[in-house]
Design a binder for this molecule. Structure first.
Ligand code: NAD
Ligand code: GLY
Length: 360
């Protein structure tokens, strides 16, 4: 098992990464206020892992209840969130009950928001079961649901007390979902870890083939990058915004196509290519670097162009991005592979031309 820490003073918490962690009740118990948990999961993950987790909890004397939500990004909404509150209330969960999110990023984000708001806040634990959630969404305390007018628009910063990433769970993950997780892994290399990007160029096929050592290293390195950024800028006043490379374009793709049509990681991959291409147009990176970025996404079996929505539709959706300040769109672009910057003065024409050249 590899362990890291997100350093946030009294709210610091560990991230444990390894195989067989779903059986390790001893890792969970120290983070509970009372021996009672409410597990939030979905109808895909529950048949795979819910009984195993409940058996583990039972063995260490922790009582558990479970709410099983419908699967999918399309259900990351108010109606589904309300089902979590319904379950917590009808089970008479207390403030001292710990909410455990067992699933991918949708369950983690929605379960985390329920925990942040139920009785003004209950403790919560992340047990991420997708690559994307193990390398990104379970760490850092961003919780949210979607609104029809924008992705992740309703939410809160609310940190978990523990992240338990069991690599065994990736054995059942569909190939397309594994690839989507690789988009966020590649993102860390692009924004702040050029050495990791170099390693990824030599290892991406091993990751696609689910090689245990490669996965463990990539998850640990991704979480280490994320933990550093979150510790320095928990509520995204500065550096944390760089973690959104490709996301402004990507969120427009997700919302514009209808939630769930494009996976989040797929949209981020196409968005990262748009950011790279715009960076090239501005003269910051060369065509050779854009080619390297395209190639690693292709080798990871990720899309490198966006869907052919009208350019105005992209721009309209991007105008609602959370990074917009004073009506000015701000984008994360690249000065080099391994160095992202936030830019607020790119002309609309440059952005439109980039979108037009990166969609089909
Ligand atoms: P997801 O939660 O929809 O999971 C992907 C699919 O895999 C789902 O069908 C799920 O049921 C299934 N699944 C989960 N674990 C499985 C397993 N072990 N075996 C088989 N199937 C499994 O999607 P995701 O990619 O994990 O997360 C995407 C979400 O995360 C988006 O909503 C995105 O906005 C959010 N996100 C949040 C943050 C953050 O910082 N909070 C960061 C990145 C992404
Ligand atoms: N996934 C972006 C962030 O956590 O800030």
């Amino acid at each position: 098992m590899r362990s890291l820490k997100v350093s946030l003073g009294e709210r610091s918490y560990p991230i444990h990464i390894g195989r067989g962690l779903l059986d390790r009740g001893d890792l969970i118990v120290p983070h509970l206020k009372k021996p009672r948990v409410a597990i939030v999961t979905n109808d895909v993950v529950a048949p795979l892992y819910l009984d195993r987790l409940r058996t583990t909890l039972d063995a260490v004397g922790v009582a558990s209840s479970a709410v099983i939500l419908p699967d999918g990004e399309v259900h990351k909404d108010w109606a589904t969130l309300n089902r979590v509150y319904d379950a917590l209330l009808s089970e008479r969960c207390e403030r001292s009950t710990t909410l455990v999110a067992l699933g991918g990023g949708v369950i983690g984000d929605m379960g985390g928001f329920a925990a942040a708001t139920y009785q003004r806040g209950m403790p919560f634990i992340q047990i991420p079961t997708t690559l994307l959630s193990q390398v990104d969404s379970s760490v850092g305390g961003k919780t949210a649901i979607n609104h029809p007018l924008g992705k992740n628009m309703i939410g809160a910063f609310y940190q978990p007390r523990l992240v338990l990433a069991d690599i065994d769970t990736l054995d059942t993950l569909p190939d397309r979902e594994l690839a989507a997780g690789l988009a966020e892994v590649i993102k860390y290399g692009l924004i702040r870890d050029g050495e990791f990007f170099d390693w990824l160029e030599g290892s991406i096929e091993r990751l696609g083939a689910r090689d245990t050592d490669a996965l463990a290293f990539a998850i640990e390195r991704s979480c280490a990058n994320k933990a550093e950024v979150v510790a320095a800028d928990e509520t995204e006043q500065g550096e944390r915004a760089l973690l959104n490379l490709g996301h402004t374009f990507g969120h427009a793709i997700e919302a514009g196509m209808g939630y769930g049509q494009w996976l989040h990681g797929e949209a981020v991959a196409a968005g990262a290519m748009m950011a790279a291409e715009l960076s090239r147009r501005l003269g910051w990176i060369g065509a050779d670097q854009v080619a390297r970025i395209r190639e690693i996404h292709q080798r990871a079996r990720l899309p490198v162009t966006g869907p052919a929505l009208p350019v105005d539709r992209y721009l309209d959706l991007m105008a609602g991005d959370k990074k917009v300040e004073g009506g000015q769109l701000r984008l994360v672009l690249l000065r080099a592979i391994g160095k992202a910057v936030m830019v607020g003065d790119v002309g609309r024409d440059e952005i439109a031309a980039t979108i037009a050249s990166c969609t089909r």
